[in-house]
Design a protein around this ligand. Structure first.
Ligand code: DQA
Length: 151
């Protein structure tokens, strides 16, 4: 368990998600990543959780952050973005963890190109969500609160 009074939830975002709001808004919406993270911090306070938000365009940096979280977090919400479809390294890093993992996508990847239908992460995730847009992050945090509190 994490060394804090409140359960700690790590929220990870992969490549190009720092460009939310500008990037293909017809697919990903107009909400920026900063706005998503600020909303999660507020929601976490209401739920009695602590959230730690991290975004990187680099696969290695994401792997390192997942390793650093080992035995230091109580749950992981991850939108691996394009690495979803390519990264054995992120999958292997997630396998370190014995905490709930929610894989999240803003868009409904199954409605899109075939290459987005394959996820290396889904096989190691507790649950997967896709297609709810920015609201999906709040839904995932609510679900995570129930998972970590045994609700
Ligand atoms: C995404 C879907 C991925 O296929 C894509 O590469 C992304 C974002 C989503 O949130 O819908 O960058 O993970």
């Amino acid at each position: 368990m994490a060394n804090t009074n409140k359960p700690v939830i790590l929220v990870l975002n992969g490549p190009n998600l720092n460009m939310l709001g500008k990037r293909e808004p017809e697919v990903y919406g107009s909400t920026t990543l900063d706005e998503i993270n600020e909303g999660l911090i507020t929601q976490a306070e209401e739920l009695g959780l602590e959230v730690q938000c991290f975004q990187s365009n680099s696969e290695g940096a994401l792997v390192t952050r997942i390793q650093e979280a080992f035995q230091n977090v109580d749950g992981i919400i991850i939108n691996p973005a394009a690495y979803t479809h390519t990264s054995v390294a992120i999958r292997d890093a997630l396998l370190l963890h014995d905490v709930p993992i929610i894989e999240l996508h803003l868009s409904n990847v199954y409605k899109r190109e075939e290459f987005r239908h394959k996820s290396f992460v889904s096989g190691v995730a507790t649950a997967q969500m896709a297609g709810f847009g920015a609201m999906g992050y709040n839904m995932a945090l609510q679900a995570m609160a129930d998972m970590v509190k045994g609700g």
